[in-house]
Design a protein. Structure first.
Length: 461
């Protein structure tokens, strides 16, 4: 077996006071932009405030969306940029920024190729809510994408010896004559670091109670799937230098989060994409499980606070490796048959049996006359043992953030570029409209992370 890779952050005494570009945040967007900038000959530095690297990216489970890829063709799936655009646009309530969405849908395939060229192969496919085609790319090990991606990107950071410091929090962007010239950051002491360009890759504010209270007071009592450092620092840093913010009230509540333990664990959409159904506390289906996150969340909320159960069998479990982990941490109930499962979960056994039988018939006929589900119907729920996971909605993703153009340049409130300031990933607002589609956040980090690295290079030339 290959030895487990452990990344060692750079020692703080190695910190210099000048780099070509400072990248704030070590999630998918930060790591990708640093690698891209380095490969173009720049000397980047990555600053991460937490002692854990990888941000919310490490928690991503389902995969990375892209259309017109070789991987899709290998699976005999013919897709188009236009379909990817249209389905994302409809899923986002037609509120997505068209300029960003166009760039995004047309650069996913390149991003998948770029990853493959770097030994990061996403050659299996699944589907997420709101999409009509299998375009969610994931590793063929079927492992959750986030941990895999961050580990593989860190291997490249390590190979290139890109300095990456942890436990260093950027708390100010420095401007001179309307241009970014560096940052102030707090490590064991306050330091100034200079650079002609800065990339904000600081993620969202799903764990930022103050911003949530300001923009979505109604959500402050919900749990969150986010890591504790997702506090929207980048949004505040950018606003302090005049950046425009967009869609700040658009916060995604994820429908399927196990939260009966002190932690909130997101149960990835691939579980439904591979065939699981949702039932209410009577053991009955109540929604098209693969409708958009917004609609599925609403349907669960309408149940009146009980949450719901994901129901699946062994064949579905084998298609989603993350379920091993969910089981390992005690989130999964199991039963040798549906009756035993119903007893363990306090669901009505007759109802559950009848629900699953009806669903299996719908799968075989490829027609769900009850809720019009049309995807994630490749397999029935029939191979024991059977499993149930209790879920309820939790704060998951912040669609709003700083305004950028498709070159990842941050815009001010007059829609002019703030010279030297770039942003990529969840810190950015606008791409997802009022609802992010599963698989689009990882795609956003790699597509716009690469773009930020390239545009910084162009800016510095
Ligand atoms: P994305 O998916 O957009 O890459 P992530 O949430 O994966 O976003 O990563 C963002 C990272 O940025 C997190 O690891 C977070 O701790 C880090 N971060 C946030 N604010 C700061 C800050 N002020 N200074 C340094 N790092 C920060």
């Amino acid at each position: 077996m290959a030895e487990k890779f452990i990344f060692t952050p750079t020692k703080i005494d190695q910190l210099k006071d000048n780099y070509d570009v400072i990248i704030i945040g070590s999630g998918g967007a930060g790591l990708t932009s640093a690698i891209q900038a380095y490969e173009l000959g720049l000397s980047p530095v990555i600053l991460e405030k937490m002692d854990k690297l990888g941000g919310n990216t490490t928690r991503a489970s389902s995969g990375m969306n892209a259309a017109e890829t070789f991987v899709q063709l290998n699976h005999k799936i013919v897709d188009s940029f236009q379909d990817f655009y249209d389905e994302t646009f409809v899923g986002g309530g037609k509120q997505n920024n068209p300029e960003l969405l166009k760039f995004f849908t047309e650069h996913g395939a390149l991003a998948i190729d770029w990853l493959a060229q770097h030994g990061i192969e996403l050659d299996d496919l699944t589907i997420t809510g709101g999409m009509k085609t299998m375009r969610t790319h994931r590793p063929s090990s079927l492992a959750p994408i986030g941990g895999y991606l961050v580990t593989e990107l860190l291997k490249l950071v390590d190979k290139y010896q890109i300095p990456l410091f942890d436990n260093i929090k950027v708390d100010q962007l420095l401007m001179k004559d309307d241009q970014i010239v560096g940052v102030k950051a707090l490590a064991n002491q306050e330091v100034e670091i200079h650079a002609k360009a800065v990339v904000l890759a600081t993620g969202g504010f799903g764990a930022g109670k103050d911003l949530l209270a300001k923009y979505r007071k109604d959500l402050t009592s919900l749990k969150t799937t986010n890591q504790p450092g997702a506090t929207g620092d980048g949004i505040k840093l950018a606003q302090n230098v005049g950046a425009k913010l967009v869609d700040m009230d658009q916060v995604q509540v994820h429908p399927t989060v196990q939260q009966d333990t002190p932690h909130a664990f997101l149960i990835g959409e691939a579980v439904r994409g591979e065939g699981a159904i949702l039932v209410n506390n009577q053991g009955q289906r109540f929604v098209n499980e693969l409708d958009t996150r917004k609609n599925v969340t609403q349907a669960i909320d309408d149940l009146g606070g009980t949450g719901a159960y994901l129901i699946l069998d062994t064949s579905i479990r084998q298609r989603v490796k993350a379920i091993e982990f969910y089981d390992h941490v005690g989130l999964v109930e199991s039963g040798k048959d549906l009756t035993e499962l119903a007893e363990k979960t306090n669901l009505n056994p007759e109802n559950l049996q009848a629900t699953v039988e009806k669903w299996n018939k719908a799968v075989e006929a490829n027609k769900d006359s009850e809720f019009n589900r049309s995807t994630g119907m490749e397999r029935t729920i029939s191979q024991g043992p059977f499993f149930a996971i209790h879920i309820a909605p939790a704060v998951h993703y912040t669609m709003g953030g700083v305004a950028i153009n498709h070159n990842t340049q941050v815009l001010n409130t007059d829609n002019h570029v703030i010279k030297g300031l770039f942003a990529a990933g969840e810190v950015v607002g606008g791409l997802h409209g009022n609802n992010r589609i599963g698989g689009n956040s990882i795609a956003e980090t790699v597509i716009f992370g690469r773009q930020a690295g390239q545009q910084v290079f162009k800016y510095l030339k």
